[in-house]
Design a protein around this ligand. Sequence first.
Ligand SMILES: Cc1cc2nc3c(=O)[nH]c(=O)nc-3n(C[C@H](O)[C@H](O)[C@H](O)COP(=O)(O)OP(=O)(O)OC[C@H]3O[C@@H](n4cnc5c(N)ncnc54)[C@H](O)[C@@H]3O)c2cc1C
Ligand code: HEM
Length: 424
Amino acid sequence: MALTYQQSRMVRATIPALKEHGERITSTFYRNMLTAHPELHNIFNDVNLANGRQPRALTAVILRFASDLNDISELIPRLERMCHKHCSLGIRPEHYEIVGKFLIAAFGEVLGPAMTPDVHVAWTKAYWILAKMLIGREEQMYRAFDKSWTDSAGAGGWRKFTVLKKVREAEGVFSFYLAPKDRRPLPGFMPGQYVSARFEMPGMGFSQLRQYALSDAPRAEYYRITVKRDRGMQVRKAGMVMSINPGLVSNLLIDERQRGDEIELSHPAGEIFLDTESPSSAPLVLISAGVGLTPMISMLEYTSEMQPSRPVSFVHGAQSEMPFEQHIRGLKERMPRLSVNVFKSRLADASLVGVDHEYDARVDLAAVGVQDLHLDHGAAEYYICGPEQFMVEMSDYLVLKGVSMSRVKFSPFSTGELEVKETK
Ligand SMILES: Cc1cc2nc3c(=O)[nH]c(=O)nc-3n(C[C@H](O)[C@H](O)[C@H](O)COP(=O)(O)OP(=O)(O)OC[C@H]3O[C@@H](n4cnc5c(N)ncnc54)[C@H](O)[C@@H]3O)c2cc1C
Ligand code: HEM
């Protein structure tokens, strides 16, 4: 049911105080919720809870939604991203009851006496308007999932896969070829989409879920993911290099999962993809850094098989070794309109500079040039994936050169960021 005019005013009146105490809300909300429901540790990313990214992202969306209930058009892309993430994690309608209860209780703690019974009713209504929008969209997505994943309740479940092959692609980067244990053909996905992988964490007593982009074109027999070891912070102590807070899942996956081992995956999801249902023939510009090349490889691979004459520009920044480098360059034989520009910040051999568009620098789009960036086309499509600052710099350059933001798509590998840039 919609909020009355009076209720909207009550909700809006509390927003400045809630924003001011945002950090307190996010810490009390999750602490109390996870104490009462420790099973939710199996769903939430422990690291993003500890650093506050996840709580901040959720609270920010709710406050933004409530601040202008009549105009949520700007929020729509964010909602779509949340729903894809939620479905990839198996979030169910009953989870919304729990989140709503503890979130509004945290609002109450911050607002004190200002959280009158009427304000409480108004906030509960506002929360449920948003929650129902998300639940509705998520139900729709779960219904469209391949039935090998859906459980009896109809929500997303986990499917068991076996590691068919593990391949070293570069220093600290490995591909896993994953075949379904039930041997039934895998459903397709849109290049650019990802899966969540679920792991029991030794010594932690709960599972952790992480997303990995599908790094090959869709194949009925296997999915491929390509994972970079997250070493954490490197410090030198007594002449030795030590890792502080090494990534939980990437290290476990790379060190502990070998050919023949089992891995559980969610159904493919993700709102940023190459639309293979109504394919465009406009130039495709794929810009990535580091392991951000994984969704780009999937798009490139798909295009090389299905639209080999489409103009594609692959721009990548690596430290030294680049995963799939030879394979990508080799695709030029099949794709006459493929251009490859690789920037290495630690080029091993200085004589390579300028050869085959290889540069000894960080990615510099000005060096790539108008033609390879298809700046004069007017309908070229741009996909960017890499660290946040990288994505911002790349898109700023494109915008400066007259590219409309509607043609630029970002695939962030982290939670709740790029909010401002996406809507500019
Ligand atoms: C849609 C999507 C697609 C993705 N695709 C890929 C992909 O194709 N390939 C890929 O390799 N990755 C991908 N990722 C990233 C991946 O999901 C994981 O985030 C990544 O593997 C790191 O997970 P982890 O468990 O190893 O690290 P985590 O344990 O989650 O740690 C993450 C970082 O936090 C730091 N950290 C942890 N604890 C602390 C602390 N107390 N203080 C300070 N810092 C701390 C760690 O040092 C580390 O750098 C993708 C992410 C998304 C959202
Ligand atoms: C109205 C309710 C909710 C809102 C507004 C909301 C909002 C968000 C947002 C903004 C993100 C980050 C998306 C991204 O950047 O990729 C997110 C991710 C997530 N949400 Fe929700 N959410 C809601 C309900 C829930 C519920 C009910 C659960 C489960 C109990 C849940 C669990 C998660 C998890 C586990 C993630 C991924 C976190 C991570 O990767 O760190 N959310 N949500």
